[in-house]
Ligand binder design. Sequence first.
Ligand SMILES: Cc1cc2nc3c(=O)[nH]c(=O)nc-3n(C[C@H](O)[C@H](O)[C@H](O)COP(=O)(O)OP(=O)(O)OC[C@H]3O[C@@H](n4cnc5c(N)ncnc54)[C@H](O)[C@@H]3O)c2cc1C
Length: 439
Amino acid sequence: MKIKKSIAIIGGGYTGIGAAIKLLDDGYEIYLIEKLDFIGGLGHTLTLSNGFQCESYYHHFFTKDKYLLDLSRRFLNLKPSFVNTKMAIFQNGTNYPWNGLNDLFRFPLINIFQKIRFIFATVLLSSSFLKPNILDKESLSSGMLKLYGKKCFRYIWEPILRGKFGEKSFDIPLRWMSGRLKQRLESRVNGKETLGFIPGSIQKLTNKVEKHLNKSENSFLLKETIVKSLAIDHKSQSIIIKINSKKNNSIKELKVDKVLFTTPSSVANNLKIKDSNKNISWNNHKYFRAYCILLELRESLSDFYWTNINDKNIFFCGYIEQTQLTGTEEYGGYHIGYLTKYVSKDQNKLLSKKKLIELSYQSLYKLFPNRDIDSIINNIHVSKSNFAQVVNDFNFRKVDTYKYARKNIYVVNMSNLYPKERSINNAIEIGVNIARKIK
Ligand SMILES: Cc1cc2nc3c(=O)[nH]c(=O)nc-3n(C[C@H](O)[C@H](O)[C@H](O)COP(=O)(O)OP(=O)(O)OC[C@H]3O[C@@H](n4cnc5c(N)ncnc54)[C@H](O)[C@@H]3O)c2cc1C
């Protein structure tokens, strides 16, 4: 096939991967530039004590995750395994099952009228009934309070919102919840929440994609590589990128036709790219930081896959028992749990690994007071991400991907997903879509 234009993609997460695969399919020459020594971004895995791989950040998939399903079918020849999962709300020392109408009617902390209101409010919010201008003007916390009423908000939604957005839930528009509920309801099969995982972890898919990139003669995967500078060469209508390979500490120049950033916009802005002596820039975003603690367990702690923690005295907002989704055979017999917490970066200083482990033990003692936590835990792994999720507050604007399309430089990142929830599927989708339009 005749080689078309050359495109440098900066950022090897699933947005970059989605774009890279599509551009390669369409005959482009691509350079995928990743600063770390692995691709896959937030989908990366860590090695357990027994040598098995497990995602550093829990990942489940939805039945409608078309782009992920397609990629999985193409590279692994399989569909993610989908199973019915169980969810609970931890409140006043008790786990209340939270899996559908039956559990709602059994939930003792709200009365029958509040339960009926809950159903109406959920239908209203997940349908297209509420106009975008209402969803964008009302804050998540005040909107949910108005729709669901005081008690439902206090016992059900407040802890979830606090966990997800910390102090910021009054700064996030209601639209976020509307998209989220829609996605969740669509993933129900016969009324039951059905979630999926890739057997062997998403690393298996990443490895196959990497193999494909390495095998294709039109693709160049540059890991552990940083872009030092980027200059628009008007004469040859190309872009000259200076890259620094950390592996052999060498500096090289690449001449490409187009550049696509799939990182936070700040990565592009920090390069101070000049066009006729003027700096070009895109809007920056604030990000939530995520703390994710992976627990290797000798035995199961919970019957539920997902537990929302509604207890202000517990640091973490969720306990996820991964092996309730996947089974223990995925991890060589280990039971795997995660503790999760999001914080706003500007209002909280970064916690150390030691502090997070201390908080993990404290949280587990409270969550499972009758269990011998010290002897059940085999090992703890701590992951932190400063770019876990864009803060979609009232000042939020998606990055203007095509602002400098005429200069052949594009930026697409998690901000472009809004109002959809951030996910691997949606990352692949925005990567594929920009690849279609970039030509
Ligand atoms: C705690 C947590 C739980 C999650 N749970 C789920 C889930 O259950 N299901 C689901 O589908 N999704 C989930 N997600 C979301 C999902 O992981 C992300 O939406 C998706 O991975 C984002 O992909 P991305 O490529 O846009 O960004 P990233 O994965 O962040 O990739 C960006 C890449 O750019 C690289 N980069 C940054 N700066 C530079 C630079 N200067 N030069 C070169 N490269 C650079 C980074 O190293 C990284 O590899 C979760 C995320 C978190 C944090």
